[in-house]
Design a protein around this ligand. Structure first.
Ligand code: ADP
Length: 487
């Protein structure tokens, strides 16, 4: 099975959120199961890149409407594997400080639709130029969602015949970002204006929508957890306006929960944490707690440490955290938060820290090493998301014996089960309210107070298997179904 993956991020070169983790890990797991995978990403100025000029295809002329834009291609191997990573460089589109957002404004770059359309066209041209008979083009999120249209016999610019034997899969990581833009953008795609009309895959309330086109035209569509796959076709809140389109493709829509990269996230060998530990020997976790308290200048007291690592966005339930903060801190605990994002949450969190010196630590940054130290040094991990396609931090938390307290939504509902003293791995709440959040943390503290019960829970969390192997098998099954399709 030969797969070409297309995505805007791939860890460790470039990562903004979970998408980067997935694209950095799934290809290696697929390769371990016999697939040959190539990954195609934009070479963002924001990333740290290795690799040299691609031997076979060093550069491409990419048609963009009436113009031609140049793409320079580098090639590298994904660490510890034979997976090829092709990075598409463009001074015009990707030589910037941010990946999606301009750090100067905190807003998305105004030309994002054009930037990612260039990426998609370059990726398709690259696949064609490589001449590899790929079975599947696996497209991730809106930044690659127009690719099924670019290779579709009805819509494709010249050359769709090259893809007659190639299937397409669209994976939705986050439906909130759809690539909605003026219809004229279709011209850059080389797709004739006559294809834009109400009822066509491209039209969405008079505008072009990359994600909608991908959902309608990919052979299969999946999301990153079974519950999110149900939620997004059930109503406007999770469906973000595409619930009808998704319901129309129910037969082609499934959910596969993400795994995690156990080479990167393993408390027995993690170079970022103060001391290694394991489910057999938890002693090192105490050193990790001390390290975290020292870093955040928290009082040295034996109270449970509660952690948050998150993009500071509405999706992640930060408004609940701000509202619940004083209620939470009326309990005997300490809180640390690592995140970056919307200004209003920066202000809210800084205000909470200022009100509770010595008990709350806030670091407003993107800091991978500190994310590892928080997973290792905390007792409880908080994820009160409004919605959550999959969520990775709760999986890291399980691995690090940091018991998750989560809202029962999307992938959180699929990966954390309620602890009842003997079974389960965490604490869940249903209502999107500060009261429900505080109540769930209170239940967790009740279990924490019984040291034997807590230890059993921690060990149980750590013994869960959320490695990529099982999910990679599910993706391979899906690829096989697509390949069997009669196109
Ligand atoms: P999302 O993709 O919606 O942001 P996920 O939980 O799926 O959420 O993945 C988030 C990933 O990004 C995790 O690997 C998490 O550790 C990381 N992350 C988020 N914010 C930060 C930050 N401020 N510093 C370091 N890592 C972060």
């Amino acid at each position: 099975m030969r797969i070409a993956m297309m995505a805007a991020e791939a860890a460790p070169c470039v990562k903004v959120g979970g998408l980067g983790d997935v694209v950095g890990a799934l290809p290696k797991a697929l390769e371990r199961q016999g697939a040959a995978v190539s990954v195609i990403v934009p070479r963002h100025g924001a990333g740290s890149w290795e690799g040299s000029v691609a031997g076979r295809v060093p550069r491409l002329d990419v048609p963009m409407g009436g113009r031609v834009e140049r793409a320079d291609i580098t090639e590298a191997r994904m660490r510890g594997s034979a997976v090829r990573v092709y990075a598409i460089a463009s001074r015009k589109y990707f030589d910037r400080e941010g990946v999606y957002d301009d750090p100067a404004t905190g807003e998305g770059y105004p030309d994002n639709p054009e930037r990612f359309l260039f990426f998609m066209r370059a990726a398709v041209e690259l696949v064609r130029a490589l001449g590899v008979p790929f079975d599947i083009l696996h497209c991730h999120d809106a930044h690659a969602a127009l690719v099924p249209a670019l290779v579709h016999p009805r819509y494709a610019p010249a050359g769709a015949g090259d893809f007659a034997r190639t299937g397409t899969l669209l994976t939705i990581h986050n439906l909130a970002h759809q690539g909605i833009c003026p219809p004229e953008t279709l011209d850059h795609a080389g797709i004739a204006a006559r294809h834009f009309h109400p009822g066509s895959p491209f039209e969405y309330w008079g505008r072009l929508n990359f994600m909608k086109a991908g959902i309608e035209l990919a052979d299969r569509v999946n999301t990153v957890s079974p519950t999110y796959a149900v939620e997004i076709r059930s109503g406007p809140e999770a469906g973000c306006g595409l619930e009808g389109v998704l319901a129309g493709r129910s037969a082609a829509l499934s959910g596969i929960v993400n795994g995690i990269d156990y080479e990167e996230w393993n408390p027995e060998s993690d170079p970022h944490i103060a001391a290694p530990y394991s489910a057999r020997d938890l002693a090192g976790k105490e050193a990790c707690r001390r390290d975290l308290r020292a870093f955040f200048r928290l009082e040295e007291r034996p109270v449970p440490l509660v952690g948050i690592v998150s993009r500071l966005a509405d999706q992640k339930g930060l408004d609940l955290v701000a509202e619940a903060a004083d209620g939470l801190l009326a309990l005997d605990l300490q809180l640390v938060v690592l995140g970056t994002g919307q200004r209003k949450y920066h202000d809210l969190l800084e205000a909470v820290a200022a009100r509770h010196p010595g008990r709350v630590g806030v670091r407003l940054a993107f800091d991978n090493a500190l994310a590892h130290r928080i997973e290792a040094g905390c007792d409880i991990f908080l994820m009160p998301s409004r919605y959550e396609p999959c969520g990775l931090n709760q999986l890291y938390s399980l691995r690090y014996g940091t018991v998750p307290v989560v809202r029962r939504t999307g992938g959180l509902a699929d990966t954390v089960t309620p602890w009842d003293g003997a079974r389960g791995t965490g604490f869940l709440f249903e209502d999107y309210s500060a009261g429900a959040l505080v109540d769930a943390v209170r239940r967790a503290l009740g279990a924490y107070a019984d040291r034997d019960e807590w230890r059993r829970l921690v060990v149980r969390c750590m013994r869960q298997d959320w490695s990529w192997e099982r999910s990679a098998r599910r993706y391979l099954d899906l690829y096989r179904e697509i390949r069997r399709d009669d196109r």
